[in-house]
Design a protein around this ligand. Structure first.
Ligand SMILES: [Zn+2]
Length: 237
């Protein structure tokens, strides 16, 4: 198997230094005593386990589907809290499709989700690098690869569409999933969308950084499929 990611010689310590700006260790430059414990815990949802982080996402989606949204963490107070540092509890590798906005469909707010969106929810090197940063440095506990119903990028790949510019690079990355879905019973587009999710998960898991975190039980990578008609997210892996 082609080795996709080179082991980097950047140590975790250096990465953490790099992340200090983003992770913004809450107390940096402030003095720990200035931060009230309640405030610290408000952005500390990431002390939960990967399973609990996944449940938090699915619970939020259930609120969205049932029109019982709580709109958490969207206040000016929250904005000011997370301005000091982010500690997102979950990451999403989602499609750029305008109908699947992560914070809305999971009923989350500022500083909750580390979101990478690209047409076809593909794990390019840049997306993978971002997600490595999100989990290794910022501490996100789950990466949800979120495909969706009637994905235009997957549909174009199935049809072998001739596309201009750089659009073809997306279709190339989606082809393996389309191939895997061939011959499956049911709707070809839905099957390919779901097979693509699984392919992208495998790509992410070939990252030594992410594989290491999974081994240490600090991370979980899960696939899910979004129903455009109902707003419901269902796990596919
Ligand atoms: Zn899509």
């Amino acid at each position: 198997m082609k080795k996709q990611y080179r082991q980097t010689n950047v140590s975790r310590r250096n990465l953490l230094k790099l992340g200090a700006v983003g992770a913004g260790v809450l107390t940096a430059g402030l003095g720990a005593n200035l931060v009230a414990p309640e405030k610290a815990s408000a952005i500390d949802k990431q002390d939960i386990t990967p399973d609990a982080a996944l449940k938090e996402l699915l619970d939020g989606n259930e609120r969205f589907v049932k029109a019982k949204k709580r709109y958490p963490n969207q206040s000016i107070k929250r904005l000011q809290e997370v301005a000091k540092g982010q500690k997102p509890f979950a990451s999403i590798l989602g499609c750029a499709d305008s109908r699947v906005p992560s914070e809305i469909v999971f009923d989350q707010g500022l500083g909750d989700l580390f979101v990478c969106r690209v047409a076809g929810n593909i794990a390019t090197l840049e997306e993978t690098g971002s997600l490595e940063f999100g989990s290794l440095v910022l501490g996100s506990k789950v990466i949800l690869v979120l495909g969706h119903e009637r994905c235009g990028a997957v549909d174009a790949t199935i049809k072998g569409a001739q596309v201009p510019g750089q659009i073809g690079s997306l279709l190339e990355a989606i082809k393996p999933g389309v191939e895997n879905a061939k011959g499956q019973p049911g709707d070809p587009l839905e099957n390919a969308c779901k097979a693509n999710i699984l392919v992208q998960i495998e790509k992410l898991k070939s990252s030594p950084v992410l594989a290491g975190l999974i081994k240490e039980n600090k991370l979980k990578i899960v696939g899910a499929y979004y129903d455009l008609d109902t707003g419901k997210v269902s796990l596919v892996s």
